[in-house]
Design a protein around this ligand. Sequence first.
Ligand code: C5P
Length: 229
Amino acid sequence: GAPQDLAGLHVVVSAGGTREPIDPVRFIGNLSSGRQGVALARAAQDRGARVTLVAANLTEPLDGIEDVVRVGSTAELRDAVRAAAPGADVVVMTAAVADFRPARTPGAKIKKVPGQGPAPIELVENPDILAELARERLRPGQVVVGFAAETGDETGDVLHHGRAKARRKGADLLVINPVGGGRGFGTDSNEVTIVDAQGETVAQAAGSKREVADAVWDAVLKLSPPLAA
Ligand code: C5P
């Protein structure tokens, strides 16, 4: 079996992609499968942690994961993560969160009016849940981990954006993974560079999403000051 090196820890993992309602039947969404987040939750549980998985619109099988909170929109995801965070030693935000949401959500389906063009959808900015968690530390000493799916033609470009994001968001670790061109979203493997809050590389990992998940937990355990179990 797996080493029980996360025993005694409570971890919160968000996974999937948010859906921002446009009207009762439509939404703005994204292509995140949630597989990397589910792999992180399973790996943590196997290594002895108590896990809360905040699952945004997941269709992945979640059998065996003990505590699952299902959410749809960014507002729901934020509420669920913030409700669980005060009891958590580690919060990992793998969910793909919409940066913007429709300013208004009518109670009835938006209709196409013959002879009229499309009605514009006004957007407003969502709160950055990861940046808030990093700033507020809802439990003292809590470790906060983010993910950054970056597109870019060459690795250098991807890493450059990721390192800047790490410094901006203030998370203890940021897991940068290149997406697009068949990489990342919806695939069974992943390739990541893990950087610290200063944007310095602390680890690299490639392989199955489970192998990447184990590398993330290894990096969490190597942080200083160390997590007290
Ligand atoms: O800025 P970007 O969306 O690339 O950052 C990705 C990281 O930030 C992920 O960990 C994601 O879960 C988190 N995020 C968030 N709230 C947002 C947008 C992103 O927590 N509104």
